[in-house]
Design a protein around this ligand. Structure first.
Ligand SMILES: Nc1ncnc2c1ncn2[C@@H]1O[C@H](COP(=O)(O)OP(=O)(O)OP(=O)(O)O)[C@@H](O)[C@H]1O
Ligand SMILES: [Mg+2]
Length: 232
C-alpha cells in the first residue's frame, strides 16, 4: 500500500504527518515499511537519522527519491507492505509521479487563507492524476488548528472550501500542539512521547479515517456490482 502525504504549501505539516503515520504503522500494524523522502531539504531523512541513532525506538528505513519516481515506487510497493511518501511542492514531478501510483493521498492544509488558496491547483493536479490512477483515495486534512472556541468557525470554513472543490476532507484534524514539534526533534513520534495523549489520538483518527474512506468506496462499488448482476 502506498500512502502519499503531499501538497504544495510549505509548513502545512506534511513531514510531521508522514512521520507520525509511519511510526503508527510500524509499531501497531506492520514491520514491513519504507519511507520515501522527496524533499531536497531532507526533513524526513534527518528525522530518520535521529531516530535510528536511538536504540529504544523502532527502526524505520528511508530512501530519498526525486523526479520521475513512479517505477521506483512500484518496485518498493512490491517489496514492502507499506510505502509512506513525504512529498512537498518543490518537486512537482515527484508529487505527480507519486499521485499516479498512490493508494491513499493525504493533503494537509492549515485553516489559513494562503493554504486554502492552493486547493484549486491541488484539485487540478488530483483530477489529472485520477485519469491514470482512478482508484486513488484522496482527502484533505486540516492541521495545526487553533484550539480557542472562538476560532472553531475557521476550521469549519476551511473544510467547506475543500468540499466546494468536490474533494473530500477528513473529519479528523490536528490541533496546534507543542508535542508535534517537540517529538520530531528527537526522531520520535507523538505516540512515543505520550501514547494516550491527544496528539496520539489525532494521528490514529486521521490514519483510520483515511483508510476507512476507501473501504466505504470499495464496499459501495461492490454493492453496485451486486445490484447490477441481480438486475441482469
Ligand atoms: N499539529 C501541529 N501542531 C503544532 N505544530 C505542528 C503541527 N503539525 C506540524 N507542526 C510543526 O509545524 C512545522 C512544519 O511542519 P512540517 O515540517 O511537517 O511541514 P511541511 O509541510 O513538511 O513543510 P515543508 O513544506 O517545509 O516540507 C514543524 O515545526 C512541525 O513540528
Ligand atoms: Mg516537509
Amino acid at each position: 500500500m502506498i500512502i502519499l502525504v503531499g501538497g504544495e504549501k510549505g509548513g502545512s505539516g506534511k513531514s510531521c504527518l508522514a512521520q507520525n503515520i509511519a511510526v503508527y504503522i510500524k509499531n501497531h500494524i506492520s514491520d514491513s515499511l519504507m519511507m520515501v523522502d522527496c524533499d531536497p531539504q531532507r526533513t524526513t531523512s534527518d528525522w530518520i537519522q535521529e531516530r535510528n541513532n536511538d536504540e529504544s525506538l523502532s527502526k524505520i528505513n528511508c530512501v530519498q527519491l526525486y523526479g520521475k519516481i513512479r517505477n521506483e515506487l512500484i518496485s518498493l510497493n512490491n517489496s514492502f507492505d507499506y510505502v509512506i511518501i513525504d512529498c512537498g511542492g518543490q518537486d512537482n514531478l515527484a508529487l505527480r509521479s507519486s499521485m499516479a501510483v498512490a493508494d491513499h493521498i493525504l493533503l494537509p492544509l492549515r485553516p489559513k487563507r494562503r493554504d486554502l488558496k492552493t486547493v484549486v491547483h491541488m484539485e487540478d493536479i488530483v483530477s489529472t492524476c485520477k485519469m491514470v490512477n482512478p482508484k486513488m483515495n484522496v482527502a484533505f486534512v486540516i492541521t495545526q488548528c487553533p484550539s480557542l472556541p472562538s476560532m472553531a468557525s475557521r476550521i469549519l470554513e476551511a473544510k467547506e472550501v475543500c468540499r466546494s472543490f468536490d474533494l473530500p476532507v477528513l473529519n479528523a484534524i490536528t490541533f496546534s500542539r507543542n508535542i508535534y514539534d517537540d517529538s520530531e526533534e528527537s526522531g520520535m513520534s507523538v505516540m512515543e512521547k505520550d501514547v494516550s495523549g491527544k496528539a496520539s489520538m489525532e494521528i490514529q483518527a486521521i490514519f483510520h479515517e483515511l483508510i476507512q474512506a476507501s473501504h466505504h468506496e470499495i464496499a459501495n462499488e461492490f454493492i453496485n456490482l451486486e445490484a447490477q448482476s441481480v438486475c441482469a
